[in-house]
Design a protein around this ligand. Structure first.
Ligand code: ADP
Ligand code: MG
Length: 209
């Protein structure tokens, strides 16, 4: 399946050609069409299968860059993963002028994050502990978020972020699209999807042997 068959903006499509993406990966082919339609999607596929672009292109397709507000919140288990996701999103967003993608992770000094937040952002990528801290202090306001992404959700639960996730999700408007990516589906993930998602579609790409 080629990216040109998707109803994406021409600028996004020509950038994909520029960065050398021509065919969708298997998980992208399964997840991206329903994500573009606005559905809640649970996606399960192994590492390296292109999950970031699967949600990233949906997020960038929907984003209104002229509304300078936080519209998308992406949560990742670690700073390294958040940095990787932010890098991939910036690469996918090269054709969108003036888009601001900000990372907010623990283990980084708080002060510079406050300064960056004052300047504003369209997309926040970060780890649950630090995001919760900003939300609690009122330095990050989530009232205009319309897309919530939980990346590597199983690892976030393994790392003990359940309470932070719940506190953050509570502050995101209910009328939103929620996308959840996970390599495994233990009961805790099932329970999380039931709490935070609406009629989610499950897409799964089995590992090949
Ligand atoms: P995952 O989150 O599933 O572990 P990533 O989103 O990090 O995987 O993607 C893995 C690698 O594949 C990245 O280097 C990314 O740039 C590349 N990639 C993703 N989608 C495509 C595509 N459609 N064509 C070519 N490369 C891609
Ligand atoms: Mg990933």
């Amino acid at each position: 399946m080629s990216f040109d068959s998707l109803p994406l903006a021409p600028a996004l499509l020509s950038n994909l050609a520029d960065i050398g993406y021509s065919q969708l990966t298997e998980i992208q082919a399964a997840a991206l069409p329903p994500i573009i339609e606005g559905r809640d999607v649970i996606a399960q596929a192994k590492t390296g299968s292109g999950k970031t672009a699967a949600f990233g292109l949906g997020v960038l397709h929907k984003l209104q860059v002229e509304r300078f507000r936080v519209q998308t919140l992406v949560m990742c288990p670690t700073r390294e993963l958040a940095d990787q996701v932010a890098r991939e999103l910036r690469k996918l967003a090269r054709a969108i002028h003036n888009i601001k993608i900000l990372t907010l992770c623990g283990g980084m000094p708080f002060g510079p994050q406050l300064g960056s937040l004052e300047h504003g952002a369209h997309i926040i990528v970060g780890t649950p502990g630090r995001i919760e801290e900003h939300v609690r202090k009122g330095t990050l306001v989530l009232e205009h978020v319309d897309t919530l992404v939980l990346d590597e959700a199983d690892r976030m639960l393994d790392m003990g972020f359940q309470a932070s996730l719940d506190a953050i999700v509570e502050q995101v408007p209910r009328a939103r699209q929620t996308l959840l990516f996970s390599a495994t589906f233990p009961d805790a993930i099932e329970a999380l999807t039931a709490r935070v998602m609406q009629s989610p579609l499950l897409v799964k790409v089995e590992a090949k042997h």
